[in-house]
Design a protein around this ligand. Structure first.
Ligand SMILES: Cc1ncc(COP(=O)(O)O)c(C=O)c1O
Length: 398
């Protein structure tokens, strides 16, 4: 049987390779950081979600090491059998406090949090109203629920209102949005979303994976930035980006909802507990965030400098205030070739970043997506700008 199946897969793989859709994985030869080893050389990394630069921070590594020694490697259990430790409880309490929510439930990843949040809460009499560009894990999670589905055009508040009107016959309504959309670094209009949700009696869920830890005055997320902390009912987020970068996620929100998820959410009930060393490291990250505003300030300085520097050089970069900085080629017919060619030459210049083109982004919207980190020094940012100037001129992009 397999022979024929394997042949079909080989043909499909060849086909996506020919279409330029095959994803090659770049292999790092050392730890994650501002400087990484790739292909035998050291380059500056401008494409990780290591926003606060904590992925290899000695304090976080030491906390993981300490917890590993004290608690062992794993629990060999789901939470409700014998997989809950005081560390899990403490991390859930501290995440609730940090996010300004009543309670929190941990998952192995935010993908699981999103996969397990909709189905237990919303049945066929309820409605989910979801942004068209929400993350894949939200799309999958929504698919698993029996609830009615209303998809609104990306960040289009008129369309959201229309969909909310259409969903009025549902018993319960939930509006779902990414807090930050990762292809552009655009923030969701949370004030308007909360206003509409209130007007049409809907709850609000925000996936703040690209915001938790560094967005808002004290890094709590987009709900803090937009001053709607008491108007958002649920937050899903990850420990795999700013909060240490290893693995793990959570859903945080209203007390009864979290209690219900502990009883009913399948990726929680039927999957192993988050390893204690991750809990220990995440607790250390939260301690750093409480005591040391340094990384937040450095991240802000880096994103402002890189964004303004690129704009001064003449690159097509939107105004914004998130460490995701897309460099567009909207005025060029050959945008995809430019994005790919420039990313390759930038790597030769010691800057690692990624060019995205169709079908990852719509046709004509190819871009290089840069991500700044608190781990970048001023000199790193200046080197990135110098490399963009050199490579941009060579390709006629500026
Ligand atoms: C918006 C958003 N939600 C969820 C996830 C999944 O997070 P995790 O890596 O914890 O599964 C990601 C990661 O890419 C994301 O960007």
């Amino acid at each position: 049987m397999y022979g024929k199946f394997g042949e079909v897969l080989r043909a499909e793989l060849d086909s996506i390779r020919e279409q330029g859709l095959y994803k090659d994985e770049r292999v790092l030869e050392g730890p994650q950081g501002a400087e990484i080893r790739v292909g035998g050389k050291t380059v500056l990394n401008f494409c990780a979600n290591n926003y606060l630069g904590l992925a290899s921070d000695p304090r976080v590594v030491e906390a993981a090491r300490r917890t590993l020694s004290e608690w062992g490697y794993g629990l060999s259990s789901v939470r409700f059998i014998c997989g809950t430790t005081t560390l899990h409880r403490q991390l859930e309490r501290e995440l609730s406090e940090f996010l300004g929510m009543e309670d929190t439930i941990l998952y192995a990843a935010c993908f699981d949090a999103n996969g397990g949040v909709f189905e237990p809460l919303l049945d066929k009499d309820s409605a989910i109203i979801t942004d068209q560009l929400n993350h894949a894990s939200i799309i999958d999670g929504v698919r698993l629920a029996k609830a009615q589905r209303f998809i609104y055009n990306h960040a289009d508040m008129d369309h959201l209102e229309t969909q909310l009107k259409d969903a009025q016959s549902a018993e319960f309504r939930l509006v779902v949005t990414d807090g930050v959309f990762s292809m552009d670094g655009h923030l969701a209009p949370l004030v308007e979303i909360c206003d509409l949700a209130e007007k049409y009696e809907a709850m609000v869920l925000v996936d703040d994976s690209h915001a938790t830890g560094f967005t808002g005055p004290t890094g709590r997320g987009t709900h803090e930035k937009f001053d709607v902390m008491d108007r958002v009912d649920l937050i899903t987020t990850t420990l795999g980006k700013a909060l240490g970068g290893a693995l793990g996620g959570c859903t945080s929100g209203r007390r009864e909802i979290i209690e219900w998820l502990r009883q009913k959410s399948r990726p929680y009930l039927f999957s192993n507990s988050v390893p204690m060393m991750i809990c220990g490291a995440a607790l250390e990250v939260l301690k750093i965030l409480r005591e040391d505003p340094g990384p937040l300030k450095t991240l802000e300085r880096n994103q402002v400098r890189l964004r303004s520097g690129l704009r001064e050089l003449g690159f097509d970069v939107d105004e914004g205030d998130h460490p995701i900085i897309p460099v567009h080629f909207r005025k060029h017919d050959n945008d995809a070739i430019l994005a790919q060619g420039m990313a390759a030459d930038l790597l030769d210049e010691g800057i690692y970043c990624i060019g995205f083109s169709f079908p990852v982004v719509p046709r004509g919207q190819a871009r290089i997506r840069l991500q700044t980190s608190a781990a970048h020094s001023d000199a790193h940012v200046e080197r990135c700008l110098e490399a963009f100037a050199t490579v941009g001129r060579k390709h006629g992009a500026i």
